[in-house]
Design a binder for this molecule. Structure first.
Ligand SMILES: Cc1cc2nc3c(=O)[nH]c(=O)nc-3n(C[C@H](O)[C@H](O)[C@H](O)COP(=O)(O)OP(=O)(O)OC[C@H]3O[C@@H](n4cnc5c(N)ncnc54)[C@H](O)[C@@H]3O)c2cc1C
Length: 409
């Protein structure tokens, strides 16, 4: 077990940091203000991507800081999960940065699905434009009518009709659905109700302009639309797509989901560590700057212990994440389920705790739009639900732990 960044990873990190310092941090506030001006007017159908983000995407691509998440030498930069971890952490320090490097959720997870499970035509039609950053995608699994933390509950249907598949159902919390470039969904539905429960569902590629597909609304998460990405509710009424849009086969949805959610979850965690690191940095700088009752705020009350607690929590979370990445690289997702589920619980909770401390030490400024802290705090809160709630992941850790003893009994 060696978590030292490889020379390749170190070189990419140095370039990424230079790019962030030169091009992203100096205009972070300007972009957030522009995003607010363009998109917070109550009509999600008119959401736009700030021109600066499109410009930065172009620059990042030209600089070779593009598709860093994909462990492929030609289509990505050939970095392993462990090598990618410090890069995702760096991107996580600014809310919109992952998109600049074509490394944002849910596209990275969807691109991985198409990369691993798509056939030649599916890759040409959808993976290529996604890798080029020309379009965006969504993942439509969760449904309002059923407890979706148990994915075997999904009720939306996929029925074969000649050379077509007919889709019906309602999905919600479909992240990225409001983005003006969102063109395609990976849809999960019930295809084989007669099978055992993990072989009942399938995944299908659905163009978002398909007849019968209607976006009903955008939901707010913690009172925020998260524009221009958004989290949408989607109605599918007799949507017909060619059978060629089926991924792998009928009843294979869970087999794909297992592969998709492993790397996707760990990427979320790596970015969240970057966000926590940024919160700590801002908390310390502010604590030194502001004086109350004759002392810098950092010296007051329990604030020094808070700094220590934040440092310890972040470092523990990072080590756990690197360990999960190392296991994915060495033994594969299926044999790293404890580690992946463990970080999916630990890291969002650490970010929630650290962002909360940082907000408190900033006083009123902490909850204002002048600092990214409230945004990070909300992101941590929703991350404890998205990609499965804490309890489901703890259930997984416990199940694997108990099985060790049951096997031997
Ligand atoms: C901001 C955001 C973005 C999202 N993005 C997407 C997306 O892009 N695509 C998508 O398909 N979905 C997405 N989701 C949906 C997310 O994956 C689900 O909300 C989550 O899986 C929980 O499902 P549910 O909301 O139906 O809660 P329910 O299944 O109704 O669960 C409610 C609560 O029950 C408790 N619970 C559940 N299981 C257990 C257990 N085993 N033990 C103890 N308690 C338990 C938990 O406290 C849980 O929070 C997103 C959600 C959010 C908030």
């Amino acid at each position: 077990m060696n978590f030292d960044p490889s020379p390749n990873s170190q070189a990419y990190l140095a370039r990424l940091k230079t790019f962030m310092q030169a091009h992203v941090y100096p205009i972070e506030k300007e972009i957030l203000t522009e995003n607010h001006r363009l998109n917070y007017h109550g009509d999600w159908r008119r959401w736009r991507v700030p021109a600066q983000i499109r410009q930065l995407k172009q620059q990042a691509r030209e600089a070779g800081l593009w598709n860093l998440f994909l462990p492929d030498n030609e289509l990505g930069q050939g970095l392993s999960c462990l090598e990618y971890a410090p890069l995702a952490e760096e991107m996580g320090k600014v809310s919109f940065a992952p998109e600049i490097f074509n490394c944002n959720a849910p596209d990275t997870g969807n691109m991985e699905v198409l990369y691993h499970f798509g056939d030649k035509k599916q890759k040409q039609t959808w993976l290529e434009p996604l890798l080029a950053g020309e379009i965006r995608s969504v993942f439509a699994m969760t449904e309002p009518g059923v407890a979706s933390s148990d994915a075997t509950n999904m009720q939306a249907t996929i029925i074969e009709e000649g050379r077509k598949l007919v889709l019906n159902g309602t999905k919600w919390w479909t992240t990225g659905l409001g983005h003006p470039d969102a063109k395609v969904a990976i849809f999960m539905g019930l295809s084989n109700p007669e099978n055992e429960k993990h072989a009942r569902h399938a995944m299908v590629i659905v163009p978002l302009d398909s007849e019968g597909l209607e976006i009903k609304r955008m939901l707010t998460a913690c009172q925020d639309y998260d524009a221009p990405y958004g989290h949408g509710e989607l109605q599918l009424t007799n949507v017909k797509v060619p059978k060629d849009n089926l991924l792998v086969g009928m009843g294979k949805g869970f087999a794909i989901a297992q592969g998709r959610l492993g790397p996707g979850r760990i990427h979320h965690c790596m970015r969240a560590i970057g966000a926590a690191e940024r919160c700590l940095e801002l908390m310390i700088k502010r604590g030194f700057e502001r004086v109350a009752f004759g002392k810098p705020v950092i010296k007051l009350g329990g604030n020094q212990e808070r700094v220590a607690k934040a440092r310890m929590a972040i470092d523990q979370a990072r080590l756990l994440t690197l360990n999960a990445a190392w296991k994915i690289d060495t033994v594969g997702v299926k044999h790293a389920m404890t580690e992946i589920s463990a970080i999916k619980v630990v890291v969002p909770n650490v970010l929630q705790e650290v962002s909360d401390m940082a907000i408190q030490m900033h006083g009123g400024a902490g909850v204002s739009g002048d600092f990214p802290l409230a945004g990070f705090n909300a992101a941590a809160r929703v991350l404890r639900l998205a990609d499965g709630p804490d309890e489901v992941h703890m259930g997984m850790v416990c199940r694997i732990e108990l099985a060790k003893y049951q096997k031997g009994a």
